[in-house]
Design a protein around this ligand. Structure first.
Ligand SMILES: Cc1cc2nc3c(=O)[nH]c(=O)nc-3n(C[C@H](O)[C@H](O)[C@H](O)COP(=O)(O)OP(=O)(O)OC[C@H]3O[C@@H](n4cnc5c(N)ncnc54)[C@H](O)[C@@H]3O)c2cc1C
Length: 453
């Protein structure tokens, strides 16, 4: 990298917050990812929104690519730069969070971790809707860029559903506030207002391509009086799919998680007491929870399930348990999830199973409910030494079948690139917006959807 540019970056943030030391560049070239290493040319730790703005202006002037790196846990390699350039790490921007109890909301700088938000809110009796399954590396701004989801998604939806606004530095360096706080003296209490389209959505799930998120405004909720998990076993895909449909229609669950017996076998957990295990969480006032649990029993029985009896193992929640595989180091787990309507679940999993059987892979299946649809996160286990060449082709085969069944991908990403499946007029609209907000294609260059025609 041009030393003049490195020196100008040092003038903006201070000498100790810029490095192009090869040893540190190597550390930033890796992430929790199936992707190969990708090395940035310089790493910058800005300390304020103003500094981020000056960096972006300099990057535009010199046409230098910029990507933002947080915890590095998005396993499609989204945290890694595709064309070198500047990697921004906002870990210094982690001031104490600000609670606005009157508006039942909080604001926090982009570098604060979700883990700390959960702890700080809990100390005052508040919570974000649900606890994600990741550890303490994930930052709030990155979580917005990923539009996170979780077991409480039945009632609260995804991050975008409780997001109230953002402070963003655009790729050309302007500082913008979205949500109510862009207007007059309004506080950060609502995402929607009467001054035009919802610009918060432009940055949500954008994987660092649309701007640098420097502050996040989010709704918070009182920790409920009671919470209860109930577990049911089902003999096949049809019955468990029907149970989920009934529970969602009845609108009685806080969260629904479904896993199959393969997940237990693959992850060497105690045997599952049924082909499919459905766990439902209820939360609220005690009487309310009692009612929801009672109703869940009725509906699951009606669908053909049975409640766990005393002493039966309760289901492991989704991927956090399963991701720590008790295998030799060369064995890796790959997840190829996406979203589909609940009634398509059987079709989605039949195809996934068939592909796994065809290639003789150990596998496991699970899904959550986000509002009215399923978020599936099935896994295959592969051997790094022998399967590396074929695993991406196998995932492609899964996705090809799922596209036929009408699924949508979890996040765009290098793995596999879904750009060719996007409606032409939609893609053109996206490109027009991206070109207008980022005329020099500075931010996260090379991330899909592709900018090239
Ligand atoms: C074991 C495991 C369990 C998980 N469980 C859950 C779960 O229960 N619920 C859930 O929601 N998710 C879950 N995830 C996914 C997780 O939400 C994402 O991996 C995470 O949000 C990414 O955050 P990060 O800090 O690691 O960001 P990174 O991976 O570093 O970056 C993610 C993306 O955000 C961009 N970005 C980062 N910061 C900024 C910024 N300030 N401005 C603009 N762009 C930025 C990056 O460029 C990149 O494209 C899980 C992941 C793992 C590995």
């Amino acid at each position: 990298m041009d030393q003049k540019l490195v020196n100008r970056l040092k003038e903006i943030v201070g000498e100790q917050w810029v490095t192009d030391d090869p040893w540190e560049l190597c550390a930033y070239a890796r992430a929790w990812s199936y992707e190969l290493h990708r090395r940035p040319e310089v790493i910058v730790n800005p300390g304020s929104t103003q500094e981020v703005s000056e960096i972006m202006k300099l990057a535009n002037e010199t046409i230098t690519p910029v990507n933002v790196r947080a915890g590095g846990t998005t396993n499609t390699g989204a945290a890694l730069p595709r064309e070198g350039g500047i990697t921004l790490d906002l870990c210094r921007m982690d001031n104490p969070i600000e609670l606005d109890e009157g508006s039942q909301s909080f604001s926090a700088q982009g570098g604060v971790t979700v883990y700390r938000i959960i702890k700080d809110l809990a100390a005052k009796g508040w919570k974000i809707p649900w606890k994600p399954e990741f550890g303490n590396a994930v930052t709030l701004a990155a979580w917005v860029n990923f539009n996170g989801m979780g077991v409480g998604g039945s009632v609260y939806g995804r991050v975008g559903d409780f997001l109230l606004g953002l402070e963003v530095v655009t790729p050309t360096g302007e500082i913008v506030h979205t949500g109510s706080s862009h207007f007059g003296k309004a506080a950060k209490f609502t995402r929607y207002q009467g001054t035009g389209p919802d610009l918060t959505g432009l940055f949500l799930e954008s994987l660092g391509t649309m701007g640098v998120i420097t502050e996040v405004y989010m709704r918070m909720y009182r920790i409920p009086e009671a919470k209860q998990q109930v577990d049911f076993a089902f003999p096949d895909e049809e019955t468990v799919q029907e149970a989920v449909r009934l529970l969602v229609e009845a609108n009685i669950s806080y969260g629904i998680c479904v896993t199959d017996d393969q997940m237990s076998i693959t992850n060497q957990l105690p045997p599952a007491p049924g082909k499919w295990i459905l766990s439902m969480l209820a939360e609220g006032w005690q009487e309310e929870v009692d009612f929801r649990v009672k109703k869940a029993h009725e509906l699951c029985l009606q669908a053909g399930g049975r409640a766990f009896v005393e002493g039966e193992r309760t289901a492991e929640w989704g991927s956090a348990a399963s991701i720590s595989l008790p295998y030799e180091p060369s064995r890796r787990q790959i997840s190829c999830g996406g979203f589909h309507p609940i009634h398509k679940t059987k079709e989605i999993f039949d195809h996934y199973n068939a592909v796994g059987e065809k290639y003789g892979l150990n596998r496991g299946m699970g899904w959550w409910v986000d509002g009215n649809y399923a978020n599936n996160f099935p896994i295959y286990v592969y051997d790094e030494e022998t399967d590396m060449d074929r695993i991406f082709d196998i995932i492609q085969e899964v996705h090809d079948g799922w596209i036929e069944a009408g699924y949508v991908p979890d996040y765009p990403g290098p793995f596999p690139n879904m750009t060719k499946h996007i409606e032409k007029s939609y893609l053109e609209l996206y490109r027009t917006v991206k070109r207008s907000i980022d005329p020099n294609n500075i931010m996260h260059r090379g991330m899909p959807p592709d900018m090239e025609d």
